[in-house]
Structure formats: structure tokens, C-alpha cells
Design a protein around this ligand. Structure first.
Ligand code: PBG
Length: 330
């Protein structure tokens, strides 16, 4: 009698076996995208009369506040988790316009709240869309951003958005100490239930180009590298996140997403708060541009990029593909 050998004759593992059919692949799939974990960014424009297409963000428009419930309804019907709201004011000033309770973001929040329950409403807080110079904070006479003088304006804006119905405040300005300033202001105003998702590790990235056109917030002079993070620094990103968690952030964000998967993974391993990632406008626009030329398949590339962000450890993903992805995954 011959005994079967303990191992097959071949000296290699047959990984192909569990990839043979879609059903087998489904059984061993390690990461699954869920529309409920996606946030759709929307732009609300105080000057828009009609939804106005944004050229570098195909499929996206600037909404008049009164019509923002239309996109909210579509997102809710698709099963998307929530919206991230950005505003373009009627008039730019030194940044105080960000806190106008009649501004585009509070108006849209009130309109959406009244008509579309069940979506998480996240309000981005930053001054760059509201300042004439396009920087994310108040400027000193020498042209540098005045970090500490900016904090009360950010807190005022956060309060205005919370009052208008935001579930979550998402500061993207990158001023030091803003999470603590916003948390304190919310608590003093009797809004302990309003959460903070801080853009804790936001890098000074070339991938924000289309957004700056969409939100009309490119700096008129200089750039943001004095306050946003330097792309080579991953350890510093963890220090930024630790500081924001310490100041009271309920969740933290890494931004951009695709080029910073290592930072997402490190944040996920180190901290016990939810980690969000923002697939930014340039990541979206690049995929669209390549697909338009027939060089990549948009749907496959978009879902692959989102899966990679989730696989790296992001629980929540902000993406301009949110509606498409929800449809593709249905
Ligand atoms: C600034 C802000 C930016 C983005 C979100 N909030 C632009 C910037 O920092 O210059 C970029 C988002 C994107 O590119 O999709 N408040």
C-alpha cells in the first residue's frame, strides 16, 4: 500500500483555487465598500440661481441653498451616509462671512433638515471660501496667517452651522488649536451633542486644484504650506492626529486619501477614534480625465481606489464618487 504524500508534489501554494469563481472570491473578500460609509461633498453657492456645473468636477454642480434638498434626496435614496457641505458666500470679506447664519451653508442645512431626514449632515469649517485673499485664516499685516486670531472666527462659524442643524463640524483650516476652540464654543453654547470630525492630517497637496475652482478659494498670493502639512511627513501626521484627539475630536481625517494610504493605515493602528479619508477633487478629476481618453475604465478604477482607501483603514470616505459608487454597489 502506498501512502499519499503529506503534501502535494508541487512545492507551491495554489492561490488560484479560491479565485476561480465570483462566489468563491466573495467568500474570501476582506474589504467591502458600503454606501453608508460614504460622504458626498456638495457646494452651496449664495450667488447661484440654478445648479451650475463645475467643469473640473464632472457631474457636480454649485447648488443654490434652496435647491440643496434635491441632491440630499438623491443621496438618501442611494443609501449614501451623508453630505459634506461647502459654501460660497455672496460677498467675501476678512473671513467673518463664514459665520453668517443666513450664509449658504446654514441656509442649505436648514432646508435639507426640514425635507430630508436620515442623512448625516457634516459642515466643513474653513475661512478660505470666505476671505478675499483665499487663505484659510485671518492675515497679519506681514501677509502670514494669524493662527490665534483665526480661532474665534472658526468657532463662530462652527456654532452657526451647529445651530442650523449640522450633526458634525469638520474643520479643514489646519489652524493649531482649532478643535479645542470649537469644542469649547459648542459646549458653552449648549451643543455638547454636536460632533467634530477634524481634518487632522491635511497635507499641502497639488490634488486640491479642481476644488479651488469649485469653491473659488485659491490663495491670491503664496500657498498653504505654512499651515497645511508637508507631504513627506507621516510621523508628524500622527502627532497632528494625537493633538486633535486630545482637544476633543470625535473622528479624524487624512487628506488626500490615495497618495496617503500609509498615513491612513498608521492612524488606524494607533488611534481608537474613527478614521476618515478624503478622496479629493484632483484624485476624482484625474480618474475622470483618464477615463474620458479611454485610458482606464472609470467604474473599475473608481471602485478600486475606494476599496484601497477602505483597505488601508478608513471607516468613512469622503468622495465625489459617492452617488456613482452607491449605484455601482447596489
Ligand atoms: C479648504 C479645503 C480644501 C479642500 C477641502 N477644504 C482646499 C484647500 O485646502 O486648498 C479640498 C478638497 C478637495 O480637493 O476635494 N477649506
Amino acid at each position: 500500500m502506498t501512502l499519499a504524500p503529506a503534501r502535494p508534489a508541487s512545492a507551491f501554494r495554489r492561490f488560484h483555487r479560491m479565485r476561480r469563481t465570483a462566489a468563491l472570491r466573495g467568500l474570501v473578500q476582506e474589504t467591502r465598500l458600503d454606501p453608508r460609509s460614504l460622504l458626498l461633498p456638495i457646494f452651496v453657492d449664495a450667488r447661484a440661481q440654478e445648479p451650475a456645473p463645475i467643469a473640473p468636477l464632472p457631474g457636480h454642480v454649485r447648488w443654490p441653498a434652496s435647491r440643496a434638498p434635491e441632491i440630499a434626496e438623491r443621496a438618501a435614496a442611494a443609501g449614501v451616509g451623508g453630505l459634506l457641505l461647502f459654501g460660497l458666500p455672496d460677498e467675501k470679506d476678512d473671513g467673518h462671512a463664514a459665520a453668517d447664519p443666513l450664509g449658504p451653508v446654514p441656509s442649505a442645512l436648514r432646508a435639507i433638515r426640514a425635507r430630508v431626514p436620515g442623512l448625516a449632515l457634516v459642515a466643513d469649517v474653513c475661512l478660505c471660501e470666505y476671505t478675499t485673499h483665499g487663505h484659510c485664516g485671518i492675515l497679519r499685516a506681514d501677509g502670514a496667517v494669524d493662527n490665534d486670531a483665526t480661532l474665534p472666527l472658526l468657532a463662530d462659524a462652527a456654532l452657526a452651522y451647529a445651530d442650523a442643524g449640522a450633526d458634525v463640524i469638520a474643520p479643514s483650516d489646519m489652524m493649531d488649536g482649532r478643535v479645542g476652540a470649537i469644542r469649547g464654543a459648542l459646549d458653552r453654547a449648549g451643543r455638547p451633542e454636536t460632533a467634530i470630525l477634524s481634518y487632522a492630517a491635511k497635507f499641502a497637496s497639488a490634488f486640491y486644484g479642481p476644488f479651488r475652482e469649485a469653491a473659488d478659494c485659491a490663495p491670491q498670493r503664496g500657498d498653504r504650506s505654512g499651515y497645511q502639512m508637508d507631504p513627506p511627513n507621516a510621523r508628524e501626521a500622527l502627532a497632528e492626529i494625537a493633538a486633535d484627539v486630545d482637544e476633543g475630536a470625535d473622528a479624524v481625517m487624512v487628506k488626500p486619501a490615495g497618495p496617503y494610504l500609509d498615513v491612513i493605515a498608521a492612524a488606524r493602528a494607533r488611534f481608537d477614534v474613527p478614521v476618515a479619508a478624503y478622496q479629493v477633487s484632483g484624485e476624482y478629476a484625474a480618474l475622470h480625465a483618464a477615463a474620458e481618453r479611454g485610458w482606464i475604465d472609470l467604474r473599475r478604477a473608481a471602485l478600486e481606489s475606494l476599496t484601497a482607501i477602505a483597505r488601508a483603514g478608513a471607516t468613512t470616505i469622503v468622495t465625489y464618487f459617492a452617488l456613482d459608487a452607491a449605484e455601482w454597489l447596489a
